[in-house]
Design a protein around this ligand. Structure first.
Ligand code: MN
Length: 248
């Protein structure tokens, strides 16, 4: 099995190193990752400046672009093989609920899915630097093997969040739905040394509605959360409401 590993925390992030190491026991691993942290860039694609890829080893590249750029360059230009699966992570910090739309980690898996390659994103649920990347890596390695054997439902990729616990303390995984963030004001407005106002969007606390069946509900109780995502954002249940407006 040939595996492409990427992330949004950058090529030197401990989560990426831990993930690549665990996946080398499962298959042939290539790494194409941003050369620096690009968290919260979402599904951004770089169009207005050239991209450089620095080769750091056999099938290891650091790209001065986004996670989505990395998946594109990796698959179309850099790698000596086409991957059977793309694994993105291990992100430092959870990617739960509505936050998946900001996540570069999740977007990399999304990009692979657009290319028809099975993919998942994996994140460690931590507010700090994170301790048990090895747990998430072991889980990711097992999941990679399963996906390789079974395949994924079409147009579907997985968003996996792993509590920051020793592997043997992780509770069984739950298949979950995307939860809802509780929005709280976390933007600080202050004056800079020149007396000009600035604003800084704060590091968001893990504050989610504790709804049963959601990703947040699972990880906050020590379970690994696996949320199947797809790219069709259409809200089919609203069709009738809008048709009743007489727009058509
Ligand atoms: Mn990140």
């Amino acid at each position: 099995m040939k595996i492409l590993v990427t992330n949004d925390d950058g090529i030197h992030a401990p989560g990426l190193l831990s993930l690549a190491e665990a996946l080398r026991k499962v298959g042939e691993v290539a790494v194409v990752a941003p050369d620096r942290e690009r968290s919260a860039v979402g599904h951004a694609l770089t169009l207005h400046h050239p991209l450089r890829a620095l080769q750091m080893g056999p099938d290891i590249f650091a790209v001065d672009g986004t996670p989505t750029d990395c998946v594109n360059l990796g698959i179309h230009n850099l790698l000596s093989f086409k991957p059977d699966i793309v694994v993105s992570g291990i992100n430092r910090g959870a990617n739960l609920g509505d936050d998946v739309t900001y996540s570069g980690t999740v977007a990399a898996a999304m990009e692979a899915t657009l290319m028809g390659i099975p993919a998942f994103a994996v994140s460690l649920v931590t507010q700090g630097m994170g301790t048990h990347y090895d747990s998430a890596a072991e889980f990711a390695a097992r999941l990679t093997r399963q996906i390789h054997e079974r395949g994924l439902p079409s147009d579907t990729f997985l968003n996996v969040n792993v509590p920051d616990l020793p592997f043997l303390d992780l509770l069984p995984s739950s298949i979950t739905s995307q939860g809802r963030r509780r929005y709280e004001g976390n933007i600080v407005g202050k004056l800079d040394p020149r007396g000009q106002k600035y604003y800084w969007i704060g590091s968001a606390e893990l504050s989610f509605l504790d709804l049963e069946g959601t990703d947040f509900h699972a990880v906050s109780r020590g379970h690994v959360s696996i949320t199947p995502l797809h790219l069709d954002l259409t809200n089919y249940t609203s069709f009738q409401v809008l048709r009743d407006w007489g727009l058509e």
